[in-house]
Design a protein around this ligand. Structure first.
Ligand SMILES: Nc1ncnc2c1ncn2[C@@H]1O[C@H](COP(=O)(O)OP(=O)(O)O)[C@@H](O)[C@H]1O
Ligand SMILES: [Mg+2]
Length: 365
């Protein structure tokens, strides 16, 4: 407070504004009519990597040598001090500070009157790292996808060309083996494309869930049968829980199948030993949700990886895979207002648990 409390309202509000600008999440810089920096907030100093006291009094054009993408100095292009006296500023531009990185820059030229030289230039800079990361993320998606599509397609192409050109040279068994490989690879491509379409729906919040009463227990049994039919030993699966003891659950049967397929596949592919599946009522009164637990006896997942595991592309194993499965699982479970978590099974393996709300959705009650 000012001495004797006679600080003027203007001074008070100036102090208040300075404080607001000091805490502003974007970098703010003010240069005077000569281009010398008269104000720099801490965020701006952090972005350009120079301390506030070192920046103050410097020529903004030298202290912050913004460049266009092609390397042209931005200050020469815009030149608020000598350029057209009617310009009032600049919209957001992606520029480069040499040696720092990309920044998003907006500028406002303050003139005491129309057509007069600038009295102040106010510049806001924002770190463009996050945007660049988001872009890198989508180009990582493209390259993962391209890579994942190429290997099955190469094998489809290779085997079908070979069969067409040398049909008579192979035995029936050899032909069958090649056709089976082609089929499996075509399935892989289809699955990947389905995952990608789901990801784009999840990301856009457009995932549709068509709920109807489902029998989770029977769905799990079906998945076990499928894995057994595709060559896994029945002894690898242990289902517990009681079909009769379960409250009614409404879910999208296709989505539920996708969730189960992903988690069971992970357990057999990334885990080891017996895959234990359990379905039981859970929640505070034991009837709010139905919880499905899938655990295995493999090496499990280190707890420091738990926060990453449901993100896109995260994978640790050398056994192939896109790292998209669990991202899709989480999106699907959450679209049902359920939750999915990861933990350690009693055997030390990985344990995945997801819940689905019990009871019919409100509109059919
Ligand atoms: N049951 C499990 N045991 C050990 N690691 C697992 C298990 N389930 C998933 N993981 C790890 O999580 C990663 C991500 O899984 P997911 O998103 O399904 O991708 P993908 O199966 O395509 O690799 C896997 O690559 C694996 O490293
Ligand atoms: Mg997977």
């Amino acid at each position: 407070m000012g001495q004797g409390g006679n600080e003027s309202a203007a001074e008070l509000s100036a102090g208040w504004f300075a404080e607001v600008f000091d805490h502003h999440p974007d970098g703010l810089l003010v240069a005077d009519d000569q281009g010398l920096l008269v104000y720099v907030n801490p965020r701006a100093a952090r972005i350009v990597g120079i301390a506030v006291p070192e920046l103050l009094g410097q020529d903004i054009r030298k202290a912050i040598p913004l460049q266009e993408y092609d390397g042209r100095p931005w200050w020469d292009c815009t030149d608020p001090w000598n350029g057209l006296a009617i310009r009032s500023g600049h919209r957001e531009r992606l520029l480069v500070i040499p040696g720092v990185h990309e920044v998003l820059v907006t500028a406002r030229y303050v003139r005491p009157g129309r057509g007069l030289p600038v009295s102040q230039v106010v510049v806001a800079i924002r770190d463009a790292e996050a945007r660049r990361r988001a872009e890198a993320n989508s180009s990582a998606l493209i390259s993962t996808v391209a890579h994942e599509l190429r290997s099955p397609l190469t094998s489809v192409k290779g085997f079908s060309s070979t069969l067409l050109r040398r049909w008579d040279r192979f035995t029936d068994d050899q032909k069958r083996l090649m056709l089976q490989t082609i089929e499996a690879d075509a399935d892989r491509v289809t699955r990947l494309i389905t995952e990608l379409l789901d990801i784009s729906r999840i990301d856009a919040g457009r995932l549709q869930v068509r709920k109807q009463p489902v029998d989770i227990y029977a769905a799990i049994e079906r998945h076990i049968e499928r894995f057994v039919a595709s060559g896994y030993e029945r002894e690898r699966f242990a289902l517990s829980g009681h079909e009769a003891a379960l409250p009614e659950v409404w879910a999208d049967p296709d989505r539920l199948d996708q969730i189960l397929a992903n988690l069971v596949e992970n357990a057999v592919r990334h885990g080891e030993g017996t895959v234990s599946l359990n379905v039981a009522p859970a929640g505070e009164d034991d009837d709010e949700v139905v919880a499905v637990t899938i655990s295995d006896e493999g090496e499990g997942i280190p707890s420091e990886n738990y926060p990453m595991i449901f993100t896109r592309f995260w994978h640790r194993s050398r056994r192939g895979g896109t790292g998209l499965g669990l991202y899709v699982v989480r999106g699907l479970v959450e679209a049902h207002d359920g939750k999915v978590t990861v933990g350690k099974a009693p055997s030390g393996g990985a344990e995945f648990r997801f819940t689905l709300p019990a009871g019919a959705p409100e509109h059919v009650r």
